[in-house]
Design a protein around this ligand. Sequence first.
Ligand SMILES: C[S@@+](CC[C@H](N)C(=O)[O-])C[C@H]1O[C@@H](n2cnc3c(N)ncnc32)[C@H](O)[C@@H]1O
Length: 276
Amino acid sequence: MESPTPNAKARPATPARIYDYILGGIHNFPADQEAARRILELYPDARVMARANRAFLRRAIRFLTDAGIRQFLDVGSGIPSQGNVHEIAQPAAPGSRVVYVDIDPVAVAEGLELLAGNPNATSIHGDLRRPGEILNNATLRKLLDLDQPVALLIAAVLHFIPDDDRPYALVAELVAALPAGSYLLLSQSATEAVQPESSNAQTIIDLYKRQAATASKARTRAEFERFFTGLDLVDPGVVWVAEWRPDSAEAEQFVEQPERSLLWAGVARKPSTTTA
Ligand SMILES: C[S@@+](CC[C@H](N)C(=O)[O-])C[C@H]1O[C@@H](n2cnc3c(N)ncnc32)[C@H](O)[C@@H]1O
């Protein structure tokens, strides 16, 4: 990425770049760094939470490639740097195709740069609140065959979509465009999450909101589960992100208190008779 240019100081913080900084990435500007440091000061667990979410993604992508999925649509992908979907899916299942979508133009530009030379992965600009535009995007249509199963990934994004924006209808519209045998992967901030020194996940995302002017909403387990209506949740169902098929030391820090991973997670398969 362009390292801080004369303009960089003027760039407002965005969730994609705040998250990149929290993950230890280099694709961020001073305002993002300041916002992220403020979040980390108040909630040191935010970094572990972001890593636990990425670890969930890695485990779930392996599950999905094992299940035969070869197409991935990652909405709200952030900056597809280290450990992202194509880096897991393509070695596991060569020829897998990945389309990253993000509302942040810098995340998209970074994605295109990182993916240069990879004919089976690309990054497009899109807004989850406009699913039709995502689905009709010409670049997406060139890479993904929507008549074949697709894994739709919406990880750590739905808390940026308040109820007024009809998040359930948005997710349902995307799922409806995919054939039976497709999968939906979600994670989202939990109302029930416990932070050691204070309140809950809503406080962190409120902080994101103030720092990045992004609306936000933690959800209860029941509210989160509702996103999977009409789909078949795969084991273990809806759980804390660190509890979804843990397979390594990555999740160990949450063994005693999985609710500290702050996010609900789930993966579900679209059955042939769904109306979702
Ligand atoms: C916390 S990051 C999650 C990144 C990645 N999905 C992961 O789980 O590691 C949230 C991302 O969602 C993006 N985002 C927020 N609102 C969005 C929207 N309405 N449409 C598309 N992307 C959005 C942000 O720009 C940011 O990159």
